[in-house]
Design a protein around this ligand. Structure first.
Ligand code: NAP
Length: 255
């Protein structure tokens, strides 16, 4: 077991680990000493990442699954306990969204998917993780919200609603489980260069600079810049931080 790093000896579950922010977090957390259980639906991407982390001397296991399915999030938590002996942390990061367009034109199927992946996904993860963390005496959970969890960014209305709900679930869980030594925080993430945003730029007429007009730093984030904030929240360096909405948004909330 790696004894160096801010997460040395920790066991951490990361959802949405097959690409983007989750994959960046998987590499970073493993490099900082954690054993990571990686969850997403795409099997090949997860196994490739597990192999990469293992080849670099890290510890990783793949839990192929869908966060909208409670049995799958239960299975990922069980794999963390089986492989690394416990569960100390979780980065509940899987999500999906689209750009806006008038609310009344959003397809019902897109509403369902945005609510299911972003809200039910975090809900399922919390329900699987919290009792296990309680049994091990504590832990730290980080949920991926968005600037859309604070204001109408131009993303589709159900995405804005879903990311507000993630912030609400975070506060409720922080209040209810603080007494068990469990901290729960949300990351309010600004526009980040990942598959999700590349899909938006490909499928809609929006330009990259239109996505960052509100940010002080007029650029997209690199996924690792978001992963570093999740690392801090999962580590003991953030020991007095819970129930928080932590901005990683290049200053979009300042303007
Ligand atoms: P991404 O590269 O598209 O990653 C999304 C991840 O979620 C993928 O690993 C995907 O894996 C996984 N996922 C989607 N649906 C899932 C499901 N039902 N079950 C399990 N895994 C699922 O995009 P990203 O930008 O890194 O997104 C990560 C998080 O950041 C999301 O919560 C997103 O809303 C949030 N965010 C992103 C931005 C941005 O500008 N990129 C801004 C604010 C917030 P599979 O397809 O393999 O399942």
């Amino acid at each position: 077991m790696q004894t160096q790093g801010v997460l040395a000896g920790r066991s951490i579950m990361i959802t949405g680990a097959s690409s983007g922010i989750g994959a960046a977090a998987a590499r970073l957390f493993a490099a900082e000493g954690a054993g990571v259980v990686l969850m997403a639906r795409r099997e090949r991407e997860l196994h490739t990442l597990v192999d990469e982390i293992t080849a670099a001397g890290g510890r990783a296991a793949a839990a192929v699954g869908d966060v909208t399915v409670p049995a799958d999030t239960d299975r990922a938590v069980a794999l963390a306990v089986e492989t690394f002996g416990k569960l100390d942390g979780a980065f509940n990061n899987a999500g999906w969204g689209t750009l806006g367009g008038p609310l009344h034109e959003v397809l019902q199927a897109d509403f369902d998917r945005m609510m299911d992946v972003n809200v039910r996904g975090v809900w399922n993860c919390l329900r699987s993780q919290l009792p296990v963390m309680m049994s091990f005496g504590g832990g730290s959970v980080v949920n991926t919200s968005s600037t859309a969890g604070r204001f109408a960014t131009g993303a589709a209305a159900p995405y804005v609603a879903a990311k507000h709900a993630v912030a609400g679930l975070t506060k409720a869980a922080a209040a209810e489980y603080g007494g068990y030594g469990i901290r729960v925080n949300a990351l309010m993430v600004g526009v980040t260069r990942t598959e999700l945003i590349e899909g938006v730029l490909r499928d809609t007429p929006v330009r990259e600079k239109d996505l960052v007009t509100r940010a002080v730093q007029r650029r997209l984030a690199d996924p690792v810049e978001v992963a570093r904030a999740a690392l801090w929240l999962c580590s003991d360096h953030s020991s007095f931080v819970t129930g928080g909405e932590i901005p990683v948004e290049g200053g979009a909330f300042a303007t």
